[in-house]
Design a protein around this ligand. Sequence first.
Ligand SMILES: Cc1ncc(COP(=O)(O)O)c(C=O)c1O
Length: 391
Amino acid sequence: MKELSQLISSIPASVTLAVNDKAKALQAAGHDVIALAGGDPDFDTPPHITAAALAAIENGATHYPAPMKGIVPLLEAIADKLARDNNIHIDPKTDVVVTPGGKWALNLALSALLNPGDEVLYLEPVWVSYPPVIMLAGGMPVPVSLPSEDNFRITADALRAKITPRTKALMVTNPSNPTGRVVTKEELDAIVEVAIEADLYVISDEIYEKLVFDGRPHYSIAAAPGMAERTLTIDGMSKAYAMTGWRLGWIAGPTPILKLVARMNSQTVSSAANFTMHAAVAALNGPQDIIAEMRDSYQARRDFMVKAMNEIDGVEVRSIEGAFYLFPRFPNSEKNSLELSEALLDKAGIAGTPGIAFGSSGEGHVRFSIATAMSELERAVERLEKFAHEL
Ligand SMILES: Cc1ncc(COP(=O)(O)O)c(C=O)c1O
């Protein structure tokens, strides 16, 4: 048989999903596993959103949507949301495309920007999918390692050190998965300064935008002066509205880029699901207090977990500013993060994602999702207390 794709063969499978699958298989075999590896909110999608989808199905929204890049009420709802929440001003007719999930929006962004061999900077620790999606679009992933000792701070110097004549774009996740950091004004200024100086496009992944704690501000990069023409903003329903299974995201940005994005979308997935778009309209235009309530629950879980885990000898965890992942270290352990997450699963029955999955600056850490019921988190702490000395 002839050789299969070298490109796809060179791309690693998602470690997050692999750990999740292993934990689920153990659970199915009757083991008591606490699953903290995934990134799926434990809340149900709010009922008014589900009701809108059911009504849309009954009203015939079961055909191809028109336009394929998003029904007009949704394109307008996204433009209104961007103006209201993010101070980003776009034309809903030309500057936004609805996608089946934020992950596909990232793929579209890279495909529209890159030519073979173009380098794309990303901040490490990084969400597991960034390097593969850069490669799939023909680009070269280039990590900008942010040191754990400096609380993963973004500096202009760290970015500049990786710029070459081939650097085309920079990817930023804000808030960050896996570190839980939220970009400060100082970090925003560093990103803007380097992007303009080196003439970079910026892909700003704001999928966790609504999950920012302690009343901290969230800065959208496209709203900064000089950035609208070079920034693609990625967002979606998955995390804020507990809608991971609905598969709905979007990409917004400059008209010429969005023209290519729409072309690529139409020649690949065609569109997101029609009735899901109607659900998204209800979500974006409806009451928003529901997402603040979910955010407050994550914040309370963070407070509980950070305090309880830091009281355990051999466990160290920083408080997080946003998203729903803790990124603890186990300073007394000689194990690397893969061995640590295996030991956590085997000895304590806790499934967490090894830090190395997020790049070399994640080594020594394990990622725990707190999008998990408080009762499960309490059980996880009890088990950590019991087994930390065995790690
Ligand atoms: C940083 C980041 N970006 C994008 C996504 C994609 O989300 P979705 O495709 O479910 O909208 C995720 C999901 O885990 C994520 O963590």
